[in-house]
Design a protein around this ligand. Structure first.
Ligand SMILES: [Zn+2]
Length: 226
């Protein structure tokens, strides 16, 4: 018997596992034994940041570029699926990831999808304490993306002949395959950079305000007996 490896957990583990049952399940679902799930409503403020940035700072053709990025991603996923039907050897998790992308493309428009990915990047950069675990962030990003697809709840994930209809139980390898598709779009990175730029602009504005204040007020007078 060993103690669970997750920090703060004193549960004994079964057999050779490094984690207790609960933390093992959390790791499979959320990418890290200590990652907690996030809600759609938590993302709202970051979506607003991205939408306003696109409207006020991005070039006028940014929306077309976003469309292109997503069409390319879907085209690649379709080609992947076609390849497997022609008998090209395939990896079941990569195939599931490609199917999820194509399914999502029927249910949500490119702007919604791409803004969500950028908002996740913004959130990652803005609230680093929330995202202590990179793998946890990746898993949550994939889950957020899949949640845009109402069919996803009923999507059947079939692995080794075992069909699971519960969307919570997407195989971790499929989540990782979906993350590599997401990563290739670079949209999460763009969201992170938007957050960094915003933080820099705020720091400059604050510096300017305090320089003005210092100039007007001058040095502090020494009072009393001086
Ligand atoms: Zn544990």
């Amino acid at each position: 018997m060993k103690t669970c490896k997750a920090g703060g957990c004193s549960t004994q583990t079964n057999g050779f596992s490094s984690y207790c049952e609960r933390h093992k399940r959390t790791k499979a679902r959320h990418g890290h034994p200590q990652q907690t799930g996030v809600k759609k409503s938590d993302l709202k403020q970051y979506l607003k940041e991205i939408e306003s940035y696109l409207k006020t700072v991005s070039a006028s053709n940014a929306n077309d570029i976003i469309d292109d990025i997503w069409s390319r991603t879907v085209a690649k996923a379709k080609a992947h699926i076609d390849g497997t039907t022609r008998g090209v050897s395939f990896n079941v998790h990569e195939l599931q990831a490609a199917q999820a992308i194509v399914s999502l493309s029927w249910e949500a428009d490119s702007k919604t999808i791409c803004c969500l990915l950028m908002a996740m990047g913004f959130w990652y950069e803005y609230d680093q304490r929330r995202w202590k675990y990179d793998e946890g962030f990746r898993f949550q990003t994939v889950r957020m993306l899949l949640r845009l697809n109402p069919r996803e709840a009923a999507y059947k994930w079939s692995v080794n002949g075992l069909t699971r209809s519960v969307y919570r139980e997407i195989p971790p390898r499929t989540i990782r395959a979906l993350w590599s598709i997401i990563e290739e779009t670079k949209l999460v990175l763009y969201g992170m950079e938007i957050a960094r730029r915003k933080a820099r602009a705020l720091a400059i504005a604050r510096q300017k305000a305090s320089a003005e204040r210092d100039a007007i007020l001058g040095p502090e007078q020494t009072g009393g007996e001086a």
